[in-house]
Design a protein around this ligand. Structure first.
Ligand code: ADP
Length: 323
């Protein structure tokens, strides 16, 4: 193996740059030439590829976003688009590819591998729903961003005796909501993995008021049904009974930005470096994950077979702490 490529694909997060840096520097350390592919699979289909040297990744470890850009690429779902990608890989003389992304991107990686190209996947998504790794790159930083917001909202909520619905990202995964709810001392967490009725929410808010709390913080995962706005409307119609007035904060894309936490920088560096080692060792078709504080290889097929489930013990802990 002489020349490898690296791309970031799908949803972005603050750990992408540290991971790109690790791939480039480990590649150079191992005597490989490393090419950066812009805008994920779109750049692979369109041939947006350039050589990267050790300096090209200088100063990016603390920078959010991704210097390679990321994208969603509809063409890559089709065999025709993937064939174009293969042509590009051959045209630029690439022998292997590191793909950094979430479940969708890793499924794309598996498709490319099935067409005979050596790829290795790196799990990177704030949703924390990839199998074969205890935690994905970007989760810890997003969690810290949410926690900072919860702490600040608590201050203002207490000043005005308010109930706040704080909506977190995570698609169908409730991980960010549950973990930030535990860390932020929320009165209630609503997530897709657990059914909670409007009636139960009303009871929690009333109870918090009666027990003399200055605020009621409810963290709502974006995937929770019937949804944050619907709940807000329901609560506002019952403002008199609740005691607290209700406000909504949708944290949105702020959760994807900022400098990566120390944990994410180290995780991204470990996984990025391991991806090059494993690719070079002939372990294409796998994803490098972090399991029980060690690098673990999982076949891409297994990694993307289903979305990783939220740990029941974490959910249970959140329920116990919501008092
Ligand atoms: P994430 O990687 O964050 O889960 P997406 O699900 O949007 O993000 O996937 C990113 C990109 O990966 C898609 O735009 C598409 O180009 C590619 N991709 C996703 N799923 C598949 C699939 N089943 N087959 C081929 N390519 C896929």
């Amino acid at each position: 193996m002489k020349r490898i490529g690296v791309l970031t694909s799908g949803g972005d997060n603050p750990g992408l740059n540290p991971c790109i840096r690790a791939v480039v520097r480990m590649g150079i350390h191992m005597g490989l030439s490393v090419m950066g592919i812009r805008r994920g699979y779109a750049g692979l289909v369109g041939g947006e590829i350039h050589e990267m040297d050790a300096r090209s990744v200088g100063g990016i470890i603390g920078r959010g976003g991704t210097i390679l850009g990321t994208a969603r690429c509809p063409e890559f779902y089709e065999p025709k688009g993937r064939k174009e990608a293969l042509r590009t890989l051959n045209r630029f003389g690439l022998d292997g590819l590191v793909i950094i992304g979430g479940n969708g991107s890793l499924t794309g990686a598996l498709e490319l591998y099935r067409m005979g190209f050596p790829v290795i996947g790196v799990p990177s998504t704030i949703d924390n729903d990839v199998n074969g790794t205890d935690i994905s790159i970007g989760v810890d930083t997003a969690l810290n961003t949410i926690l900072d917001a919860i702490d600040k909202i608590k201050d203002t909520a207490s000043s005005h005796n308010r109930a706040f619905l704080i909506e977190t990202m995570g698609r169908n995964s409730g991980y960010l909501a549950v973990a930030s709810g535990i860390a932020g001392g929320a009165e209630l967490v609503l997530c897709p993995e657990e059914e909670t009725t409007f009636k139960e929410v009303v009871e929690t808010v009333e109870d918090a008021y009666i027990r003399g709390k200055a605020h009621c913080i409810i963290v709502v995962a974006e995937g929770w049904q019937p949804g944050t706005q619907e709940l807000a409307t329901h609560l506002r119609e019952r403002q008199e009974e609740l005691g607290f007035s209700v406000r909504v904060t949708q944290l949105g894309h702020v959760q994807r930005g900022g400098a990566a936490s120390a944990f994410d920088r180290i995780l991204a560096t470990r996984l990025g470096a391991a991806s090059v080692r494993e690719l070079s060792a002939g372990n294409a078709g796998h994803m490098v994950g972090w399991v029980k504080s060690a690098i673990k290889l999982t076949p891409l097929e297994e990694a993307v077979a289903f979305d990783k489930e939220l740990s029941p013990s974490l959910l249970e802990l959140a329920d116990i702490m919501e008092k």
